[in-house]
Design a protein around this ligand. Structure first.
Ligand SMILES: [Zn+2]
Length: 476
């Protein structure tokens, strides 16, 4: 381990950067605002991608690929869409040594190019639903960037679906929101709140945006995925109509939904500690590291013993063995911790004598001696236990840091001194929302689903009867 990681208590954002750079997940690129994802970071993204891709296919979606260059005129077809994205667009004006007749946009999102194709592909209700996902990179020119969380170019997936009815599109919007919630909770061990975005926070061009929000260790919220009901907005902009069962002509109903590699940032900020990454076993590229502890005179025996364990484990889990004889065992332990490997298996001469191995948990640092024949069974159990523990630890943290505020004074005090999620009433008025944001930097993260609405609450700012229960937080 090369350098010290700044402790979280000293400087949380420096800790985040140190952790990423030292664990070799990513590095800065020559172009400001872009990042290089290194093999360890990409392996993690690939695991996340595989998990999500499986869930998309289970729910009937297929992958396709659309070009990254979009004619400028396409973006202008949907008025709110172009207004929302204009400040972030990168535009190609010259290519092949000539000025282009029409500038081309580097995709910030693909609704427009996809709907221009859907116009060709959809004629009848028999062509619906059309359920397509794309894995791609997008460009949004960001002024303030941060590794994984906000970069000018980023990796993501974007689902784009077309439906015959408004009800079907709404059903799809919620279905994919729940897919994201499942992924966050069961794979990432990240508890999230699912809900509706307020008008001011919704996607440019959507009728309604839904999102999942998680709480990071520094008590700031992070949006981990969004699902949009686009109504007929894009079908109208691109004139995509279809013949209904009844023989009439109607515009197609649409959804889009996406998550990005910012989830890697969410994963780091939810679980990791001052020694480096802590990864949930389901997503850890390496789940077990075996470290044989030997001296020159007993190296052959100890390594032989460790290799037998390795051969048994490798058929069941993702495992590596560190036989290097340049570095000390202590160095290797620290290295395994830095990279967030969920279980370290230590085997030394004493373990050989007792015919056992020492299992060490990354999440709690607990050491567990296990009899040799039981190692595989115990390792698999322990991986599940760690996955569960990470989820429940994060859930307990969120509960501790979710507050209720009844009046604006206590709301401001909570935001300033405690952070976390604050649940309050809101009248539904955008002016109140904007004023709260200006004065406290807290935004409405979501209007949570599955709750009983505003009840008897009053708006936290104006005191009018509340229309909504809103979850406020300072966010990434
Ligand atoms: Zn109000």
């Amino acid at each position: 381990m090369a350098e010290r990681i700044t402790p979280r208590a000293e400087n949380y954002s420096q800790w985040y950067i140190d952790t990423i750079l030292q664990s070799k997940l990513a590095d800065y690129s020559p172009v400001k605002g872009c990042m290089v994802i290194r093999p360890r970071g990409y392996a993690l993204w690939e695991k996340m991608k595989a998990g999500l891709d499986g869930l998309f296919k289970e729910t009937g979606h297929q992958n396709a690929y659309f070009p990254m260059l979009i004619p400028e005129s396409f973006l202008k077809k949907e008025a709110e869409h172009v207004k929302g994205f204009s400040p972030e667009l990168a535009v190609v004006t010259h290519a092949g040594g000539e000025k282009l007749e029409e500038p081309l946009i580097l995709r910030p999102t693909s609704e427009t190019i996809i709907w221009s194709m859907y116009k060709k592909w959809i004629q009848s209700y028999r062509d619906l639903p059309l359920l397509i996902n794309q894995w791609a990179n997008v460009i949004r020119w960001e002024k303030r960037t941060r590794l994984f969380l906000r970069t000018t170019e980023f990796l993501w997936q974007e689902g784009h679906t077309a439906h015959a009815t408004e009800e079907e599109a709404q059903e799809e919007t919620i279905k994919m929101l729940m897919v994201y919630k499942k992924f966050a909770e069961e794979y990432m061990a990240l508890p999230v709140i699912a809900g509706i975005k307020s008008e001011s926070e919704k996607f440019a061009g959507a009728v309604q945006t839904y999102a999942i929000e998680g709480l990071m260790q520094d008590k700031r919220a992070l949006q981990a995925g969004t699902s949009h009901n686009l109504g007929q907005n894009f079908a109208k902009a691109f004139d995509v109509t279809f013949q209904t069962k009844e023989g009439t002509l109607d515009h197609v109903w649409a959804t889009s939904w996406g998550v990005s590699a910012r989830l890697v940032g969410a994963l780091i900020m939810t679980h990791s500690d001052d020694r480096g990454l802590v990864l949930p076993p389901v997503l850890a590229p390496i789940q077990v590291m075996i470290v044989p502890i030997f001296k020159n005179e007993n190296k052959a025996q100890v390594v032989g013993y460790a290799r037998k364990l390795y051969e048994r484990l490798k058929t069941q889990v993702s495992v590596e063995i560190d036989e290097d004889d340049q570095n000390s065992p202590g160095w290797k332990f620290a290295e395994a911790e830095l990279h967030g490997i969920p279980i370290r298996v230590e085997v030394g001469p004493k373990d050989m004598e007792k015919n056992q191995a020492m299992l060490v948990r990354r999440d709690t640092y607990e050491k567990i001696p296990v009899a040799n024949p039981e190692v595989e069974t115990r390792v698999k159990q322990l991986l599940e236990e760690i996955q569960n523990n990470l989820y429940h630890r994060a859930l307990a943290f969120r509960k501790e840091n979710t507050h209720q505020a009844e009046d604006y004074q206590s709301f401001k005090k909570l935001i300033e001194e405690q952070g976390g999620f604050i649940e309050s009433g809101w009248c539904g008025n955008a002016d109140c929302e904007a004023k709260i944001k200006k004065e406290t930097k807290a935004t409405i993260r979501v209007l949570p689903m599955g709750r009983n609405g505003a009840g008897n609450r009053t708006c936290i700012l104006c005191g009018e009867k509340a229309k909504e229960l809103a979850v406020f937080a300072k966010a990434y």
